[in-house]
Write a protein that binds this ligand. Structure first.
Ligand code: PHE
Length: 450
């Protein structure tokens, strides 16, 4: 590719544009749905503590490394590694990322579809006056209607494809800029409500009281997987977005802002879910139902709950959409640039591939499912494999590449915008990327699989 072609790549318009788009990728179902599930299954406070540590010490350097690779190489993940390390095996890391995007998107789109079902339920005032048992029954009945799940999932994949079809700048920036702050606002309102419910203190304690004896190998790997999942790192989404960042944007502060916003939303989601769940008698280990049953119960108790419920699920669907866009974009950028096909054709192919695997993920959650791996539904298997195995390995290889193989000159050049920024911490950042991050990620990973 020539310099000229590089310049003509679709990019992000402004600084707030890239932060909004990367935060749009990061903030999604991972924060509002998956974080409470994982925290609930892994002891609450102990999990939160490990999670926060991992986000700060491992998440930020990994995100920064992805931005550096992407912006330096100006290509999709496979092409980026090939450009920076020609004639080596590194492009395989990019491939792994594209493969991981496919797996992630196929089960992520299942849950994304649920948000659409819940918008319809909210508009139809379906929850009002219902007891917990009825709300729980509705949720599991919906799961058993496998094809209804598939229908919503298809709609969601179609919407994602539609935005990606129309290109990066117009599509992604526009959605993220306004709606993210709105989501934050509604979470704060919900958090206040949740904390005022009877017996809320118990749930609050569950989330914030860390019992160190509960930190096991499983808690560590789950927190690592959740941190990378939530930050969208370890599979090239942010290499792809990095390739659209302007040469004069500050990569380090962008990584910091995105990480802080993402983490704030996750913790807030915890503050909304746990106090309310404990108040209603929903177990923190309830898994999928934890969030989808707790929320309607909160709205039921709120003044104006009908409207809040609709707004909330619409925003949740949009938050999911800005994440699915970034996942599909990884596949599309790869197909379009490496196979040299048009973006439009690439979008159609990537969406179709996602739907094929996605259908099995959705159908694996029905009561009489045949789609199981080991003893769990395919849905859980795909989630576990991508989040707890592929993302940590991808993240590890990414920091190793930037720390050890890319070269100090390129690293400092990229992080300081070729000397324009006076970044005092640059030595420390390199030290973390080179030594601390790889050692810790590897230690957690090996400890869990042995
Ligand atoms: N970070 C997104 C979320 O939390 C999910 C995601 C993972 C998106 C990996 C892109 C890449 O919902």
């Amino acid at each position: 590719m020539t310099e000229n072609q590089h310049r003509s790549r679709d990019g992000f318009g402004s600084k707030i544009g890239i932060i909004a788009a990367a935060a749009g990728s990061a903030v999604g179902l991972g924060n509002i749905y998956r974080f409470p599930c994982e925290a609930g299954n892994n002891g609450g406070g102990a999990f939160l503590l490990v999670y926060l540590f991992i986000v700060l010490v491992l998440g930020i350097p990994t995100m920064l490394s992805e931005f550096i690779i992407g912006r330096k190489a100006q290509r999709n993940p496979v092409g980026a590694f090939r450009a920076l390390a020609p004639k080596s095996a590194w492009p395989l890391v990019g491939f792994m990322g594209v493969f991981c995007a496919w797996i992630l998107l196929s089960f992520y789109s299942t849950v994304s579809g649920w948000t659409l079902e819940y918008i319809v339920k909210a508009v139809g005032n379906d929850f009002q006056g219902k007891e917990l048992a009825a709300i729980e029954r509705d949720f599991s009945d919906f799961h058993n209607l496998g094809w209804r799940n598939v229908m919503w999932q298809s709609v969601f994949i179609f919407l994602t494809g539609f935005v990606v079809f129309n290109g990066v700048k117009k599509g992604i920036e526009r959605y993220s800029k306004i709606l993210m702050p709105l989501l934050l606002l509604i979470l704060i309102i919900l958090g206040v409500k949740s904390l005022s419910l009877p017996n809320a203190g118990e749930g609050f304690r569950f989330l914030f009281h860390a019992d160190f004896s509960k930190i096991t190998g499983k808690v560590l790997i789950s927190a690592l997987g959740q941190a990378f999942f939530s930050l969208s790192v370890g599979m090239g989404a942010l290499i792809t977005y990095g390739s659209y960042i302007n040469k004069n944007d500050n990569l380090a502060t962008t990584a910091l802002s995105v990480t802080l916003s993402d983490t704030l939303v996750a913790v807030l989601a915890g503050v909304v879910i746990f106090p309310a769940a404990f108040s209603f008698g929903i177990q923190p280990t309830a898994g999928t139902g934890l969030v989808f049953n707790t929320l309607p119960m909160i709205f039921n108790q709120m003044q104006g709950g009908y409207f809040f419920c609709i707004i909330f699920f619409v925003l949740l669907a949009i938050a999911a959409l800005t994440s699915t866009i970034s996942l599909l974009e990884v596949m599309v950028a790869y197909l379009a640039e490496e196979l040299r096909i048009t973006r439009k054709l690439a979008t159609v192919l990537a969406s179709a591939a996602t739907l094929i695997l996605g259908v099995f993920a959705s159908l694996s959650l029905t009561g009489d499912t045949k789609f199981v791996v080991g003893r769990r539904p395919l849905f859980d298997g795909l989630d576990f494999f991508s989040s707890n195995i592929l993302l940590p390995i991808g993240g590890l290889l990414t920091v190793v590449f930037v720390g050890w193989f890319m070269g100090k000159r390129k690293f400092f050049g990229e992080i300081t915008n070729e000397g324009q920024l006076k970044l005092k911490m640059k030595g420390v950042i390199l030290f973390i990327i080179k030594y601390i991050a790889p050692v810790l990620i590897a230690a957690i990973f090996i400890n869990c699989i042995r």
